[in-house]
Design a binder for this molecule. Structure first.
Ligand code: AMP
Length: 365
């Protein structure tokens, strides 16, 4: 019998769980590392329990795996680097490092000719004053690192707001950037493998509420918007000689794309690809990090993905709908927590949009 291939994953959240569920049909095994033994991933695969910086556990994870990957950005790069050449890690740590620092991310966009927001680094009242002069008002002040789901940021309408935000976020290195009065937000997901093959999914239109993704609809937009977003994404993938799945988020204003951030991993806005695309983002991430041929990304219809936040509604209320797919992450209820999602598929964008609106209203009752 041939030895089975194990993928090691740092982080055992719902993204890790969905990676494992996508990988079993390919004949893969999974081993996770997480601080808790009670994670969404631990319900479907073996897990090591300990800190993400625990070298002994990281070494064990690396030794037992063909390749190491991660299911969220805020893992310790130093700890992964310390594993040295013995561990194969994908995506590249350089891409992870950039995504952890909003200033580095903006520099990369500028270097690659990807339009992004005007911005300045802030770490004191003096540098804040300078940033307000250079970038102007209104703006958004954000922590440079460890931000997610809109946490660690504030909209700034005047100087008082700015200094108040500085006091609240005091201590952390910050970025001040122009406020973009966007028409809507989109993201684009693609995969590259070590042979240099690249595949790109149709564009996602994303709706956030209180900083958390609520609704994604895909495919979205006309051929021109898709082509421009794909070209920006391709530049990032090529720059890193990337291996794995990567997501880039944009604001859209008057038909123009303004890049906001990158995520060097499978992404919430790509969950619809499980049922809505020929190959899911999870399967393509695994194929990419293992150097396997990538699967086609064609959409199978018009998909809407709705995040289930806080607590799961009763699935019986929804499962009678045609082409509606339910995903329960096995988490306990907590305000603001992503506990599951549902995806619905339809034959036209208009029918999909109407159903998505109706289901959103039902969930909110
Ligand atoms: P982020 O953590 O950068 O993804 O920001 C979370 C959300 O805040 C985004 O999805 C936007 O809805 C909003 N946001 C962030 N930055 C800006 C900006 N410069 N202008 C307007 N809205 C923003």
């Amino acid at each position: 019998m041939t030895r089975r291939t194990t993928v090691g994953i740092v982080g055992g959240g719902q993204l890790g769980r969905m990676l494992a569920l996508a990988g079993y049909p390919l004949g893969l095994d999974f081993l996770f590392l997480d601080r808790s033994g009670d994670t969404p991933a631990a319900q479907v695969a073996a897990s090591l329990v300990g800190e993400f910086t625990n070298q002994k556990l990281l070494r064990e994870l690396a030794q037992r795996s063909e390749v190491l990957t991660f299911d969220w950005e805020n893992v310790s790069i130093e700890s992964l680097r310390a594993l040295g050449r013995s561990a194969r890690i994908a995506p590249p740590l350089a891409a992870l490092a950039t995504s952890q620092d909003r200033i580095a991310e903006k520099k990369l966009f500028a270097k690659l000719g990807v339009p992004t927001t005007r911005h300045a680094a802030v770490d004191s009242a003096a540098s804040l004053e300078r940033a307000l002069r250079e970038v102007g008002l209104p703006g958004v002040i954000k922590t440079r690192r460890l931000g997610y789901d809109g946490k660690g940021q504030a909209v700034v309408r005047n100087r008082d707001d700015a200094h108040r935000a500085l006091a609240t976020l005091q201590g952390a290195p910050l970025i001040y950037e122009e406020f973009v009065p966007f028409d809507y937000e989109v993201s684009i997901i693609g995969a590259r493998n070590r042979q240099g093959e690249v595949v790109i999914y149709p564009l996602n239109r994303n709706l956030h509420r209180e900083g958390i993704l609520r609704l994604t609809r895909a495919p979205w937009g006309d051929a021109s918007l898709q082509r421009r977003a794909a070209s920006h994404l391709r530049r990032v993938l090529t720059h890193y000689r990337y291996e794995g799945v990567l997501n880039v988020e944009f604001f859209v204003r008057n038909g123009r794309l303004v890049a906001n951030e990158t995520a060097p991993r499978v992404h919430n806005s790509g969950h619809w690809t499980i049922e809505g695309a020929a190959t899911s983002q999870f399967e393509n991430h695994l194929r990419a990090i293992l150097g396997l041929p990538l699967g086609t990304t064609r959409a199978r219809g018009h998909a809407a993905m709705i995040n289930l936040i806080g607590e799961l509604p009763a699935r019986e209320r929804f499962l009678g709908e045609r082409e509606l797919h339910w995903h329960d992450y096995g988490k306990s209820a907590r305000a603001g927590r992503k506990v599951g999602h549902l995806t619905l598929l339809d034959n036209s964008a208009a029918a999909r949009d109407a159903r998505a609106q109706r289901i959103l209203r039902q969930i909110e009752v």
